[in-house]
Design a protein around this ligand. Structure first.
Ligand SMILES: [Zn+2]
Length: 282
C-alpha cells in the first residue's frame, strides 16, 4: 500500500511544478535581468548577434547646420540667397524678380521638380551668370540614415537610401544638362551627423543656412519681409521657389527688392568661401 502525502501528490501529478520550485530563485534573477535590459534596448548584452550600429541609433540627435559666407566687412553687406525647388511648380513672382533685377541665387532642385518644370529649368540654364543649380535630392526624402520622421516625412532610413537620394538627384540634374552639383541640401535641412559625413564622402558640401526666410513657404508675406530684413553681412537665406499659390512668395519677391535697395551684394555659394558648422564644409 502506498501512502501518498499531500506534497508527494503534488509532485506526482505535477513533476514540472517541483522543478519550477527549485528554479524559482534563478527565474527571479532572469526576470530582473530582463527588466534591466528592457530599459536599455540600445545596449544588447555581450554575445548577442551585433545588429548594424545604425539600426540601434534611434535616439541619434539630428542637426540643422548653419551656413555663412565670408563677410564683406566694410561697405555693402554680402548675402547669399538660396531657394529650394522641392517638387510641384515654380513661383513666377520670385523667378521673374531674380531675372529682371539680375540677382544671382543658388537653387536646390530635386529630380521630382525637374520632371515637371522644364520651362523654369530653361530659364535657369539660359542665365548661368545668375543661377547656380545644386542638389536637393531625388525624391525629397530627408537625408538621414536611421529610420525616423521629420515633420511627418519618413527619412531615407539607411546609408544606402541616403546614397540613392543624393546620387539620384545628381543623376537627374546631369541628365537635364546641369553641371555636376557640388552642394547638397536634404529635404527638411535636418541630418544625422553620420549622414553628413557620408554625403561629404560623396564629394559634396552640405548646405545649411543662417536665416529662415519663409519657414517652408508657410509664413505670411509680412513675416517673410521681417525675416529677410533681419539678414546681415555673411548670412545665407533659405526660401522656397516652388509654391506659387502661397502668400510667402509675394513676401520673398518684395524682400529681394528691399535688400537690393539697401545695396546688398548678392553672392552664390560657388562664388565665395563659406563656413558651415556640424562638419558640413571644409
Ligand atoms: Zn525641399
Amino acid at each position: 500500500m502506498i501512502i501518498i502525502r499531500p506534497l508527494d501528490f503534488v509532485c506526482l501529478i505535477h513533476p514540472v511544478a517541483a522543478s519550477m520550485k527549485r528554479l524559482l530563485p534563478t527565474l527571479m534573477v532572469l526576470l530582473a535581468a530582463r527588466a534591466v535590459l528592457a530599459a536599455q534596448p540600445e545596449q544588447p548584452p555581450a554575445g548577442w548577434p551585433q545588429l548594424p550600429a545604425k539600426a540601434l541609433a534611434s535616439n541619434t540627435k539630428l542637426v540643422e547646420p548653419h551656413l555663412h559666407v565670408n563677410r564683406a566687412g566694410k561697405g555693402a553687406p554680402r548675402i547669399a540667397l538660396t531657394f529650394d525647388a522641392c517638387m510641384g511648380k515654380t513661383d513666377p513672382r520670385i523667378l521673374s524678380t531674380l531675372v529682371d533685377q539680375r540677382i544671382p541665387a543658388t537653387i536646390f532642385v530635386t529630380a521630382r521638380w525637374l520632371r515637371t518644370n522644364p520651362d523654369a529649368l530653361a530659364v535657369f540654364l539660359a542665365n548661368p551668370d545668375l543661377f547656380e543649380l545644386e542638389n536637393h535630392g531625388q525624391n525629397h526624402i530627408p537625408a538621414i540614415d536611421i529610420p525616423t520622421k521629420v515633420y511627418g516625412i519618413p527619412a531615407a532610413g539607411s546609408p544606402q537610401a541616403v546614397a540613392q537620394e543624393v546620387k539620384g538627384g545628381a543623376d537627374a540634374m546631369i541628365a537635364a544638362g546641369i553641371p555636376q552639383p557640388r552642394w547638397f541640401r536634404g529635404a527638411t535641412a535636418k541630418y544625422s551627423p553620420s549622414a553628413i559625413a557620408q554625403i561629404r564622402g560623396m564629394g559634396y558640401r552640405v548646405a545649411g543656412y543662417s536665416v529662415n526666410g519663409d519657414s517652408g513657404s508657410l509664413l505670411p508675406a509680412k513675416m517673410v519681409e521681417k525675416q529677410y530684413a533681419s539678414a546681415k553681412d555673411g548670412d545665407v537665406i533659405i526660401s522656397h521657389i516652388n509654391q506659387p499659390t502661397h502668400a510667402a512668395g509675394e513676401g520673398v519677391a518684395a524682400s529681394i527688392l528691399a535688400l537690393k535697395a539697401k545695396g546688398v551684394e548678392f553672392v552664390r555659394l560657388q562664388d565665395i568661401p563659406e563656413k558651415g558648422d556640424d562638419g558640413t564644409t571644409n
